[in-house]
Design a protein around this ligand. Sequence first.
Ligand code: PGA
Length: 252
Amino acid sequence: MRRKKLVVGNWKMNGRIAQNEALLRDILTGVKDLKKADYVACVPYPYLAQAQQLLQGTNLAWGAQNLCADENVALTGSVSPYMLTDYGCSYVIVGHSERRIQFHETDDTAASRFNSAQSAGLTPIFCMGESHDERDSDWTEYIVGRQLDSIIRRFDVSVLSHAVLAYEPLWAVGTDNPATPTQAQEVHEFMRARIARCDKEVAKKVRILYGGSIQPKNAAALFAMPDVDGGLVGRASLNAAQFVEICKQANE
Ligand code: PGA
């Protein structure tokens, strides 16, 4: 089965209202004629309204980088799934390693957010990945398998039909040390096989993105791997020319 590639920009805590417009307009100009893949910008919460205003009706979708699992409760500073849909988001990143590590997010809380996102009609982009030490100890499959099982065991494998997975090895995120295409393929293949044990059709359908130091110079080789269905792009998504180049590689 040929899966449509997907490129997601993760702006993290970057952006200013004055600069976002130029960045989004330049990206739009670059991707508007690219029909063979899907494109998304995940912007900080305060800029969702700006993204909605600029991107509505275009082929660049927008989303958020996190959400709270609850609705209408006393949780100072949190943002609920329906607040995101109020601003037209279609995607939301869930369980990014920066949130797992710095905000003590666990497999369990990430799974709850995943579920709430889906209940509100959002497509979660569920992040998984091992640390440097875990890879050195040959624990990659154990860690990624456990993270994947936190969804499959708690809900049902069918929920992955409406989700996106992202393999983001911690040692590759925010470094200049991307996984090699072979390293990425090995883990993506492992994930897909684990899903296939539960449901072959879901496994064929689910898009698995690679994330961690994707740049224009390494995107094509990563995207050429049979189980790499696109990318979750951090730093390079803040530069229109670089992001558009990566989107073009996915459109090949
Ligand atoms: P990076 O970030 O591309 O800057 O490594 C990727 C991510 O954290 O999603």
